[in-house]
Ligand binder design. Structure first.
Ligand code: GLC
Length: 540
């Protein structure tokens, strides 16, 4: 079994994690200094989102140099120190690979703009003549994920494709130069000691030949994403096999995992489980993010269906679970209450497979309100000010104190990368570390128990004690047993047939009844006094 099959991976968004130099923006040295928070939490790995040079048209996912470090975040030596510290703490570290597009400031795109239509420089991107009498209409009907057409016209009349912001031109993955340059990017970060990669927009690199129209209704039914001409094309898979071969064979520097243990996880907006499973066939990716779980409603039938389908899909890797990310609304806000978010965390962490946590989730942060004049997300402008975008889950973490900047930076609060709300004193790491009932204490206890009781087979379905129509979910994975009351009435958990003794609850219990929106963990081990005994967790 490989480490990643049961890993708890913590997503670190560097500009909002911790600032070391007092400029108000989180940086690599700040992250290094605070990595012990992640180790103490009990995570096994860190995924750090882009820290590469970028004009920040899309939070750093518009990259101008794939092997550099953004000056506001530090230097290559700072990255080396970050990875060394992670490895010293026993944490694996994976980085983002963003192959679908570059920044419009990338030298390749600048060359392409300066070059003539039909040139090799333009061939690295998707430049096309327009439609209409004088080419005044975009080449096809594709829509950007951020709103508006996926095409922008340049001075000489050609159009280029961008599935995201216009500052993120899409690469042409049938270009040999692009292909070999990205293999070099993989080798570069492997040489620096990374343990794997999260592959951004892994479903979109290839577009159907001829760039046909997508037709009406695009983006409306995610289950049909695989039918889009710009998603889920067959040519992706030989590319991922090529990358896997690089990961499997490129020498590993001291401190990093052996080549065959390296992780490649796909961010893939492919919702049909059978299609998604194709990304994690042996010899390709290890895992793909399970967005169906992240987007599932707080409903026992829906969650049961998503869990069953996720675990029954074929594929070589293990299933992932996630409740949040830098792109999603914080679970406290999305699910409707702090109590539900806590119960959802125990549900997720008891499932077999890997869990991805996003910074601040362990603090139970709600979605923050970011005032209009501070919004950075391109969605705001692209949607004509109807979608505030994702900044509310990207505000800097509160570490200590009662007022912004809550120990995040030495800068004045109005200079933080995004503004932090007032009233976050109770959410700080320091405050929660001292409170045994805090969300941080709950996550720490859960991760300790989870590590002590790994799933015997992280790819196998859990043992179900609840039936598909029940208002609660009850299941076991190895010795760990979980009951979640998703109904509106209290549940007498002892009548649900679950074995074991209670060790951790997401909220106060009332005797042997579990209030609505509450989860309970039990341990089904023969020796209650043994090292895995009662003191692992906390029962309210
Ligand atoms: C991924 C990232 C998201 C970004 C997009 C374009 O979905 O998670 O933040 O905007 O790719 O790179």
């Amino acid at each position: 079994m490989s480490w990643w099959q049961e890993t708890v991976c913590y997503e670190l968004y560097p500009r909002a994690f911790a600032d070391s130099d007092g400029d108000g923006t989180g940086d690599l040295a700040g992250a290094t200094a605070r990595l012990d928070h992640i180790a103490e939490l009990g995570a096994d790995a860190v995924w750090i989102t882009p820290f590469y040079p970028s004009p920040l048209a899309d939070g750093g996912y518009d990259i101008a140099d794939h092997t550099g470090v953004a000056p506001d975040l530090g230097t290559t030596e700072d990255f080396d120190r970050l990875i060394a510290r992670a490895h010293d703490l026993g944490l694996k570290l994976i980085v983002d690979l963003v192959p679908n597009h570059t920044s419009d400031r990338h030298p390749w795109f600048q060359d392409a703009l300066a070059a003539a239509p039909g040139s090799a420089a333009r061939g690295r991107y998707l430049f096309r003549p327009g439609r209409g009498a004088s080419g005044e209409l975009p080449p096809n009907d594709w829509q950007s994920a951020f709103g508006g057409p996926a095409w922008t016209r340049v001075a000489d009349g050609e159009w280029y494709c961008h599935l995201h912001a216009p500052e993120q031109p899409d690469l042409n993955w049938r270009d040999g130069h692009v292909r070999s340059a990205f293999t070099d990017v993989l080798r570069y970060w492997l040489d620096r000691g990374v343990d794997g990669f999260r592959v951004d927009v892994a479903h979109a690199l290839f577009k159907a030949e001829g760039l046909p129209d997508a037709g009406p209704g695009q983006h409306q039914d995610p289950l049909r994403n695989h039918l889009m001409p710009y998603y889920d094309q067959e040519e992706l898979h030989p590319l991922y096999r090529e990358w896997r071969a690089v990961l499997d064979t490129h020498p590993a520097p001291p401190g990093s995992v052996p080549p065959q243990d390296r992780l490649m996880v796909a961010e893939s907006a492919v919702f049909d489980p059978a299609r998604l499973a194709r990304y994690i066939r042996p010899g390709e990716m290890n895992q793909a993010f399970n967005f169906a779980f992240l987007e599932a409603a707080w409903d026992p039938q829906e969650l049961r269906r998503v869990i069953d389908t996720s675990l029954s899909a074929p594929g070589g890797g293990s299933v992932t679970w996630l409740l949040s990310s830098h792109d999603a609304v914080r679970p406290v806000t999305r699910l409707g209450s702090a109590g539900r978010a806590r119960a959802a965390a125990l549900l997720m962490l008891a499932l077999p497979g890997s869990a991805y946590l996003y910074q601040g989730e362990e603090l139970g942060l709600p979605q923050a309100f970011v005032p209009d004049d501070r919004i950075r997300d391109p969605l705001w402008e692209r949607s004509g000010h109807t979608d505030r975008g994702r900044d509310g889950s990207r505000v800097p973490l509160p570490w200590s104190g009662d007022h912004p900047p809550y120990g995040f930076t030495a800068a004045a609060p109005e200079r933080t990368w995004l503004p932090q709300p007032d009233g976050w004193g109770p959410y700080t790491v320091l405050a929660q570390a001292q409170d045994p009932d805090s969300t941080l204490a709950l996550y720490r206890a859960a991760l300790r128990l989870r590590r002590a009781h790994p799933a015997p087979d992280p790819t196998a379905a859990p043992r179900w004690y609840s039936a598909p129509g029940d208002p609660h979910l009850a299941f076991g994975r190895g010795a760990l047993v979980c009951v979640v009351n998703l109904g509106t009435r209290p549940l007498t958990w002892s009548t649900t047939g679950v074995p074991g003794r209670p060790v951790l609850a997401s909220g106060p219990l009332d005797g042997d009844t579990l209030p609505p929106d509450t989860a309970l963990w039990l341990l089904d081990t023969p020796d209650p006094q043994g090292p895995e005994g009662e003191h692992d967790g906390r029962i309210h």
